[in-house]
Design a protein around this ligand. Structure first.
Ligand code: GSH
Length: 228
């Protein structure tokens, strides 16, 4: 049986899994879920993933949620010698990659999510001061990482870049990375966006999500004004 990936094109963590599967040439059966409509809240899916999040990978007799866990699992199961740079066996390099992915999971994505959720609920009309300052703070951290290495964890592309670009490229669409303050981050985003796997699996979903967020904030503004 082909493994099933429960996903949405616009979901940043889903895009990370699709990019890694694409690089490793793993064929997954894709099942689209709309997380805003809570498609993931069926008894069968909740049983497998009590976090009720997407993406989730389901191999029939084994399933795993969280994009970071999934991309490491896919790497460990399918990587060939030419993919080793993505998650090298050197334990210090691996620890750095893990730290960057925990940063994505614990800090970066939640800061984007804190914009997405109230926008979808019809409440947010524009980014608040604290949302902007949280995003700036994340950009500052990434600029520091990129001042040490060409990529976020090493001088070569790793799983951490693939994970982080999904969220940062989306953030950039709603709160642009200032090239004067964060030149290395701006350059890295440019480099990443030109990679084949980004063009194929990240860019379309990124554009879709940015358009939805910008349009919904605008609609929320009109609706709130109409109620006055
Ligand atoms: N850390 C998780 C985050 C997953 C996540 O929050 N996904 C969103 C869609 S982009 C979702 O499922 N939201 C619904 C929810 O959390 O209830 C990952 O990397 O997979």
């Amino acid at each position: 049986m082909r493994a099933i990936l429960y996903h949405s094109n616009s979901s940043p963590p889903s895009r990370a899994v699709k990019m890694v599967a694409g690089i490793l040439k793993v064929q997954l059966e894709e099942r689209y879920l709309n997380p805003v409509a809570r498609d993931q809240d069926t008894p069968e899916l909740i049983e497998k993933n009590p976090m009720r999040s997407i993406p989730m990978l389901d191999e029939g007799d084994y399933w795993i949620a969280d994009s970071h866990a999934i991309i490491v699992y896919l790497f460990e199961k399918y990587a060939k010698p030419e993919h080793q740079h993505l998650y090298p066996s050197d334990i210090r390099k691996r620890a750095t990659i893990n730290q960057r992915m925990y940063f994505e999971c614990g800090i970066l994505f939640p800061r984007l999510r804190s914009v997405m959720a109230p926008t979808f609920w019809g409440k947010l009309t524009e980014l608040s001061k604290s949302m902007k300052s949280n995003i700036e703070d994340a950009y500052r951290t990434l600029e520091a990482y990129l001042s040490r290495n060409l990529y976020v964890a090493d001088d070569v592309l790793t799983l951490a870049d693939i994970s982080i670009v999904t969220t940062v490229s989306t953030m950039d669409g709603i709160y642009s990375v200032d090239g004067k303050r964060y030149p290395k981050l701006k350059q890295w985003l440019q480099t990443m966006s030109q990679k084949d796997f980004c063009q194929k699996y990240n860019e379309p979903g990124r554009e879709e999500l940015v358009t939805v967020l910008v349009t919904m904030m605008d609609n929320n503004k009109h609706n709130q004004r109409a109620k006055l």
